[in-house]
Design a protein around this ligand. Structure first.
Ligand SMILES: [Zn+2]
Length: 490
């Protein structure tokens, strides 16, 4: 889970950040509103909803729309329920975000086995080619295959090497639907064009300063290519990246580097292979001018793992504590949970342009520099402790979140709650357990308790959501505490 760097400084701000994204249980909200809040409070609550929507409109990203498609209206719908029974929501038009209900979960009709991606990174546009091995959940079915896609320009789509005719697929601003795909296993190839330089949404592939970077949790992969963008679609990935060698000497993705070389025109390429199945929200790509601090870790079974922390050259001297933290986390996870790292390479990228805090992409964790860099001249004891905790947290996701992942986004609290618990235990073992607990409880009292007592109170597992955003840092930190305190009071 990516974390926001700066928690909101007041409960009011905290509410506005989170509002409209996750709905509460109707019963719970009704009870809380009825018992604790006046009508004026409800009106105020609605004003905050309006504020949130206004802010989103004000900072709306210019959409890169499909030719001929209507401009996508990014109106935000607040889903905080205020009635005891959820109304049957009308099927939204293609232009409005759809509310997702837990009760509506269905298994996918198609699964993906392997995904081979090719990125040709350019200064104007980037071409993404995907080759997906698809198989139906039930042989002989007749379901359409619905792929998510947003801000993409479709160049071509083929099945088993044969280009689809216009009547064989349906394209709208949110989906590419293959009307009647084969009833057995087939190969789907899609070529899309994207504009990372114009992508300021911080989702999908974007370029900031001189680096290309991705953020796919929760639903950013649909801004890279058409895909079943849901965590229960697990596939093995390869990724070939091509780019100008002088501008982007470092090309990174998930897994192990299996091939690299030069191309004509001053370009070069790298091919990455991740041998483990993963959901697309863990896909990552980084390309840019970076240098690395290198080290190694010998696992308890004797395997040698190469560790690299990549930063802009001037930041490299400040990565010593992050490397120490990574090695400590790897050792601790073996000693305490019996979990050994499962690849030969572990990359961390720390760049100032990554605004989502930190993200546990498989074997390619990406951080904002503030969460990784430290020097004795400028960092406090608290800074060192925070780096230890967040490096540990993202590393621990390798098992709790990545290898063992969620079925859907209603299970977000499972991977985050467990991983927060693990990073709290890690920090406690590495420092003072008492000091760590006091700090965590202080955060609960300052941030979580006001939210639980207010109109934004919601269960750890909501019944519906509009959009899965990266939840607030403080919410994540306190998930396990809330679960534990509930158990204690039952
Ligand atoms: Zn997390």
């Amino acid at each position: 889970m990516a974390r926001l760097i700066l928690p909101c400084k007041t409960p009011t701000l905290s509410k506005t950040c989170f509002l409209g994204l996750v709905s509460s249980t109707p019963f719970q909200v009704t009870r809380r509103v009825a018992c604790r809040h006046s009508f004026n409070d409800i009106l105020k609550h609605r004003w905050i909803v309006g504020f949130e929507a206004t802010q989103r409109r004000n900072y709306r990203v210019p959409s890169y729309t499909l030719s001929g498609a209507k401009k996508f209206n990014q109106r935000l719908i607040c889903s905080v329920a205020t009635e005891p029974v959820p109304k049957q929501v009308e099927e939204p038009s293609m232009e409005t975000p759809k509310e997702i209900f837990l009760k509506d979960y269905k298994q996918p009709d198609f699964y993906f086995d392997t995904v081979d991606l090719k990125f040709s990174l350019g200064e104007e546009k980037t071409i993404v080619s995907s080759k997906i091995s698809v198989y139906p959940r039930v042989e002989g079915g007749s379901s359409p295959l619905v792929l998510d896609g947003q801000d993409l320009k479709l160049i071509s789509v083929t099945i088993d090497g044969k280009a689809l005719k216009e009547e064989e697929y349906c394209l709208n601003p949110r989906h590419l639907t293959l009307v009647s795909p084969p009833s057995g296993r087939f190969t789907l190839e899609i070529v899309t064009e994207i504009l990372p330089q114009k992508n300021t949404s911080l989702e999908g592939l974007y370029k900031s300063s001189s680096n290309f970077c991705t953020q796919c949790e929760a639903e950013g992969f649909r801004k890279i290519t058409f895909y079943q963008d849901r965590p229960d679609i697990m596939a093995k990935y390869t990724c070939r990246i091509e780019a100008d060698k002088s501008l982007y000497p470092v090309l990174l993705s998930n897994g192990n580097l299996i091939e690299q070389g030069d191309l004509q025109g001053g370009r070069h390429y790298a091919v990455w292979e991740d041998p483990f199945k993963k959901p697309c929200y863990l896909f990552a790509l980084v390309a840019g001018q970076l240098e690395s601090r290198d080290d190694t870790f010998i696992t308890r079974s004797g395997r040698k793992v190469l560790l690299k922390i990549w930063t802009p050259a001037q930041d490299l001297p400040k990565t010593a504590h992050a490397m120490y933290s990574l090695k400590a986390a790897m050792k601790w996870d073996e000693d305490v949970f019996g979990l050994e790292y499962d690849l030969d390479l572990f990359n961390i990228v720390a760049v100032p342009d990554f605004n989502m805090g930190a993200m546990e992409n498989k074997s390619l964790n990406i951080f904002n520099s503030k969460l990784v860099l430290a020097s004795p001249e400028t960092a406090s004891d608290g800074d060192y402790a925070a780096i230890l905790g967040v490096i540990g947290h993202e590393y621990f996701h390798n098992w709790t979140g990545n290898r063992v992942t969620c079925r859907d986004w209603f299970q977000l609290s499972l991977k985050e709650g467990l991983t927060v618990f693990r990073d709290q235990e890690f920090s406690s073992d590495m420092g003072s357990r008492t000091v760590k607990r006091i700090a965590d409880v202080s955060k609960l009292r300052i941030y979580q308790y006001p939210q639980d007592a207010g109109p934004m109170a919601h269960p750890v597992r909501p019944h519906s959501y509009i959009k899965v955003l990266i939840l607030l840092f403080l919410l994540i930190v306190t998930l396990m505490d809330r679960l534990l305190s509930k158990l204690l009071h039952q």
